[in-house]
Design a protein around this ligand. Structure first.
Ligand SMILES: *[C@@H]1O[C@H](CO)[C@@H](O)[C@H](O)[C@H]1NC(C)=O
Ligand SMILES: *[C@@H]1O[C@H](CO)[C@@H](O)[C@H](O)[C@H]1NC(C)=O
Ligand SMILES: *[C@@H]1O[C@H](CO)[C@@H](O)[C@H](O)[C@H]1NC(C)=O
Ligand SMILES: *[C@@H]1O[C@H](CO)[C@@H](O)[C@H](O)[C@H]1NC(C)=O
Ligand SMILES: *[C@@H]1O[C@H](CO)[C@@H](O)[C@H](O)[C@H]1NC(C)=O
Ligand SMILES: *[C@@H]1O[C@H](CO)[C@@H](O)[C@H](O)[C@H]1NC(C)=O
Ligand SMILES: *[C@@H]1O[C@H](CO)[C@@H](O)[C@H](O)[C@H]1NC(C)=O
Ligand SMILES: *[C@@H]1O[C@H](CO)[C@@H](O)[C@H](O)[C@H]1NC(C)=O
Ligand SMILES: *[C@@H]1O[C@H](CO)[C@@H](O)[C@H](O)[C@H]1NC(C)=O
Ligand SMILES: *[C@@H]1O[C@H](CO)[C@@H](O)[C@H](O)[C@H]1NC(C)=O
Length: 699
């Protein structure tokens, strides 16, 4: 010890001398320290560094940790006294004594850390005397094994603008607010990791943030004094996490005693049930954390979150969560202003998609929703559309296989989406709407059991877009194929099927094409058959007539003088004009198909037969006749006889002028090769007509 003090002293002398010799030109004392422009770090030199060396003039911040400085006096800071040191860290220097005047040499000090040094409360208290006129703002006293502090502990610092004190890992058994009363500027008080059981907040009127995490409180402290007046009227943030609370009542958090509380952390306690309206009285509460409860069983009552002002709610990660299934759907009906909701590990497996929809329906202002490890099975397709501000959605580690096409439709605000560690086998073109695929910032799909078949072709192609793939968390190393078996465990990037492989011509397409071709052929054939049906019948007739009907020919065999071919619409003319003249007056024997055809025989046969046994054939030509296929057939049969027996067989009577479009090819040939008699309805014309007709029939 003595040896080191001597060493330290000589060191100081040497350095002081060096500084005196060249006051303007001090270099960083390597190897003890590392320096940057405004800071010097002289740490972990142990017994090798027992004094503070001279440092460059610009140094503002000195980190001097893990060295040997048991006796701190004004001399200790002699070398740096002319510097404007604002920040000083002296942890773990085995400091056991600090003189009253030691810190007086550092008038610019704003931030001081004396942690991990064991000294008496009295030494520490009197060391603050040197800081009484300083600008000290932040004081760290962690790991110092300090016992409960006397009320006058900070009295020396009452003129300092001290606004933050951190005293974690000490031996405090209680918190007495009066200790901090002299510090009128104090706003942040961190006393986690102590043994505090009892708390008296009197004296902390100005404090805005208190952390009492990791202590041993069993009952929620009073926030009001015995006169029913708030002791913490300015408190905004209160952390009572990881104590040993077993129950929270609504009366534990009276609004009038915590009138300004915005954030409340109560996780990691031994709570089994959060009752209805427990926090409803805290009218300004915006953030509530009830995570990681250390119980095997935790229940939230239906109205536990009846807090209209609430914006951030963290209720997940319990050691073992067993929520009453009835209530969960109605959880959020009275906190419609939630922007952040974390339900990590709250089991939602048993909820139907509709129940989940009902549950989240009121939360239209959500910006971030964490449903990680909720074992959620079904994503309601119309839910996220209700959240126009949703930017960050975490569905990690659920049991999601897929979702409906419109699940992410219209969720235009979505930037970050986690879907990793699920049961997704394929991503296809309709999985995400294009607006999402064009605008997302982060998408995690890693560790899913992808099926490396053509089902994933679209996704595989999409992954080739480097800028998009770079926003894909864990790509390519955490994207593996699961099936088919030959691809199991291999990288998805290695599966790269060609377009042709994944787009063969479908048998249905082939079948479809064949069927349509067959159909077209069929329709065409039917059409052609229909169009040429008379031609066909005619050829059939020709075939037959060559075989068996020829013997009928011969002068004596004629049974009729004339076979009259006419259209049914011209029947009146035939009956009223032609018949009376030719049959009644001139005594010709005419064959009219509607009068003389034999019942029961085929009309075709009838025509053919009757034409064969008629001496002449009279065609009554009209537009109706020309249009009619039936008459065309008869014309053809007649024409055939004309060809066989010469011009005199056929007589053409033109009832009216024929329209050009009605004149078929065969009729045209007939009209050109045969003379015809035109019907005239006036007296002399009629007479001439009959005369000519008579002559022709007789010829
Ligand atoms: C100071 O240096 C030590 C190593 O010598 C390092 O571990 C530590 O992080 C540094 N601290 C700062 C504040 O730079
Ligand atoms: C102290 O110095 C000695 C000799 O220079 C060196 O071997 C040792 O590692 C140093 N100790 C520390 C803690 O830096
Ligand atoms: C304190 O410093 C010494 C010497 O550098 C080191 O060996 C020790 O690990 C440090 N202790 C802590 C708690 O940092
Ligand atoms: C600390 O050092 C001062 C002088 O530098 C000396 O008077 C005092 O006795 C020392 N205290 C202890 C506890 O070593
Ligand atoms: C500090 O400054 C004063 C006056 O400017 C000077 O006399 C003294 O030597 C300086 N001390 C050191 C250690 O540089
Ligand atoms: C808290 O401290 C104040 C001031 O010492 C005292 O009047 C009050 O009774 C204490 N409250 C409790 C509950 O001990
Ligand atoms: C505190 O005041 C409220 C209303 O201001 C009252 O309901 C309550 O009973 C009072 N508590 C005590 C302990 O006086
Ligand atoms: C919700 O809290 C408000 C304010 O404390 C209260 O008036 C209301 O009755 C509560 N609603 C229910 C359903 O308990
Ligand atoms: C989708 O967005 C459009 C435009 O913002 C809106 O008019 C429409 O109602 C939305 N549809 C759904 C289902 O949310
Ligand atoms: C495409 O993905 C959606 C949603 O994941 C799914 O509903 C659909 O069945 C998939 N379609 C094909 C052809 O795989």
């Amino acid at each position: 010890m003595d040896l080191y003090n001597v060493l330290a002293f000589t060191g100081i002398v040497v350095c002081v001398n060096a500084a005196l010799l060249d006051a303007d030109n001090v270099y960083c004392p390597v190897p003890w320290c590392f320096c940057t422009k405004h800071s010097a770090n002289c740490s972990n030199n142990g017994y090798n560094l027992t004094f503070i060396p001279a440092l460059p003039k610009s140094t503002r911040k000195l980190t001097f940790i893990g060295n040997w400085l048991p006796n701190v006096t004004a001399d200790t800071f002699e070398t740096i006294k002319n510097l404007s040191i604002e920040e000083l860290s002296l942890q773990n220097n085995s400091i056991s004594f600090i003189s009253e005047d030691a810190f007086e040499t550092l008038p610019y000090l704003k931030r001081l850390n004396l942690g991990s040094n064991k000294m008496s409360v009295d030494v520490l208290k009197s060391s603050f005397y040197g800081l009484r006129n300083s600008k000290l703002k932040t004081l760290f006293l962690p790991y110092m094994d300090l016992p409960d502090l006397p009320v006058d502990f900070f009295l020396n610092l009452q003129k300092c603008p001290l606004y933050e004190i951190q005293m974690y890992f000490n031996q405090f058994k209680s918190l007495n607010g009066l200790v901090f009363r002299p510090l009128r500027k104090l706003r942040y008080l961190h006393i986690p990791n102590n043994y505090i059981k009892s708390v008296n907040f009197t004296g902390l009127e100005h404090v805005e943030m208190i952390s009492l995490r990791w202590n041993y409180q069993e009952t929620v402290p009073n926030f009001c004094n015995e006169f029913n007046i708030s002791m913490l009227p300015n408190l905004r943030v209160l952390d009572l996490g990881h104590n040993v609370f077993q129950k929270f009542k609504q009366s534990d958090f009276p609004g009038r005693c915590l009138p300004n509380v915005r954030s409340l952390s109560l996780g990691e306690n031994i709570i089994r049930k959060i009752e209805d309206n427990t926090f409803s009285d805290l009218r300004k509460l915006e953030r509530l954390s009830l995570t990681w409860m250390r119980t095997n069983y935790l229940v939230f009552a239906t109205n536990a979150f009846n807090i209209t002002s609430l914006e951030k709610l963290y209720i997940g990660n319990h050691v073992n969560f067993d929520q009453n299934e009835e209530n969960i759907k109605l959880f959020f009906q009275n906190c419609p202003n939630l922007k952040v909701l974390d339900m990590t590990k709250i089991r939602l497996t048993y909820l139907t998609s509709h129940q989940i929809y009902t549950m989240f329906k009121p939360l239209t202002k959500l910006v971030k929703l964490v449903l990680q490890s909720t074992a959620l099975l079904n994503l309601p397709s119309n839910l996220f559309q209700r959240m126009p501000f949703l930017e960050n959605l975490n569905l990690k580690n659920c049991l999601i296989h897929g979702w409906q096409e419109n699940t992410f439709k219209n969720v235009t605000s979505l930037k970050v989406l986690y879907l990793d560690h699920n049961k997704i086998t394929s991503i296809n073109k309709t999985s995400f709407p294009s607006e999402f695929l064009n605008s997302f910032e982060k998408l995690s799909l890693k560790v899913n059991p992808f099926t490396c078949t053509c089902d994933i072709y679209w996704f595989r192609q999409w992954l080739k877009d480097k800028t998009k793939a770079s926003k894909l968390v864990g790509f390519p190393n955490d994207f593996n194929c699961y099936s088919p078996s030959e691809w199991n465990g291999r990288f998805l990037v290695d599966y790269d099927p060609s377009y042709e492989l994944c787009h063969p011509i479908s048998p249905y397409v082939i079948l479809g094409i064949s069927l349509s071709v067959a159909f077209v052929v069929l329709v065409l054939s039917i059409g052609l058959l229909y169009k040429y049906r008379w031609h066909i019948k005619y050829y059939i007739y020709l075939m037959r007539s060559r075989k068996g009907y020829q013997k009928i020919s011969g002068e004596d065999d004629f049974h009729y003088d004339a076979f009259v071919v006419y259209h049914a619409k011209d029947r009146i003319w035939v009956i009223s004009e032609l018949l009376p003249y030719l049959e009644n007056r001139e005594k010709f024997k005419l064959c009219l198909h509607d009068r003389d055809f034999e019942v029961g025989e085929l009309i075709v046969d009838n025509i053919v037969q009757k034409i064969q046994i008629s001496r002449k054939i009279i065609l009554i030509l009209s537009n109706n006749f020309a249009k009619s296929h039936w008459c065309q057939f008869e014309t053809m049969v007649a024409q055939n006889r004309l060809i066989e027996e010469g011009g005199s067989v056929l007589l053409l009577v033109m009832l009216e002028d024929l329209k050009a479009r009605n004149i078929s090819n065969s009729l045209h040939v007939l009209l050109k090769s045969t003379t015809f008699i035109e019907w005239k309805n006036d007296g002399p014309g009629k007479e001439l007509f009959w005369k000519r007709l008579n002559a022709c029939v007789r010829a």
